[in-house]
Design a protein around this ligand. Structure first.
Ligand code: ZN
Ligand code: FE
Length: 261
């Protein structure tokens, strides 16, 4: 079993700190260390040593801390997708590969989830999914160098995982995402309840991440592209009928990009 803690970074990133739940020897891993400083501080304070870095994609706010972390822990494994924009990887991984961070007693399965970027991957173990900027709590990442079709397909893949999967995304964007979700589906009672719960968490300074996949399926419009109310809202933005889920997804993503963000 994993012990998972957030290390807040920048304005709204989460670097996920992974350790053995019990009986660990002090070795830990981190996911997407955009900044080294808060990681070094936390590990030094708790007398931990870094055995692995898992990267989901090349963006600076996810890999920017790697060089400085390797300066402190030169033997740490660095797992990353095949992408020349990530220079310091020691283990290139893709769909179906496995990663076993030393000292953690857990094996991650790698899922290719392109769309936000063309080479974005996610890591899954113990019912915990580290999905970077692909699925967010209440939303999803923007399309940068991937495609809308890729991101729609990646989200459908994630949606098919067991509903009790806990989704550890890399940003605290939840309240803003849920605001857009209400544009798409103002009458969804589970969405209304989720917004109230998320506001309470944020008022106490607590993260809204992770979220259960079941909650995302019930409230995240980007996973609800087959729901009539969401289709109708997306068609309202597009001004035309949308014939399949990818078209609905694309309209939702453009609507948020162009009018909400
Ligand atoms: Zn990103
Ligand atoms: Fe990011």
């Amino acid at each position: 079993m994993l012990r998972i803690e957030p290390i807040p970074a920048f304005a709204d990133n989460y670097i996920w700190l992974l350790g053995a739940a019990t009986g660990g020897d002090g070795r830990v891993a981190v996911v997407d260390p955009g900044d080294a400083e808060p990681v070094v501080e936390r590990l030094r304070a708790q007398n931990l040593s870094l055995s692995a870095i898992l990267l989901t994609h090349h963006h600076y706010d996810h890999q920017g801390g790697v060089a400085d972390l390797l300066a402190c822990w030169p033997d740490a494994l660095v797992a990353a997708p095949e992408d020349r924009r990530i220079g310091r990887a020691t283990l290139r991984v893709g769909e179906g590969d496995q990663v076993a961070p030393p000292g953690l007693d857990v094996v991650f399965r790698v899922l290719a989830v392109p769309g936000h970027t063309a080479t974005h991957i996610a890591y899954l173990a113990d019912g915990a999914l580290f999905c970077g900027d692909t699925l967010f709590a209440g939303g999803c990442g923007r399309v940068f160098d991937g495609s809308f079709e890729q991101l729609a397909a990646s989200l459908r893949r994630i949606a098919a995982l067991p509903p009790d999967t806990r989704c550890y995304c890399a940003h605290e964007y939840t309240l803003a995402n849920l605001g857009f979700a209400q544009w798409a589906e103002p009458q969804n009672p589970e969405l209304i309840a989720r917004i109230a719960a998320a506001r309470e968490l944020r008022a106490r300074g607590e993260p809204t991440v992770p979220s259960a996949l079941s909650l995302e399926l019930a409230t995240n419009p980007f996973l609800r592209t087959a729901v009539p109310a969401v289709i109708a809202a997306a068609e309202g933005f597009a001004g035309a009928p949308l014939n399949d889920e990818t078209a609905v997804f694309t309209a939702l993503r453009r609507w948020k990009d162009e009018r909400y963000d």
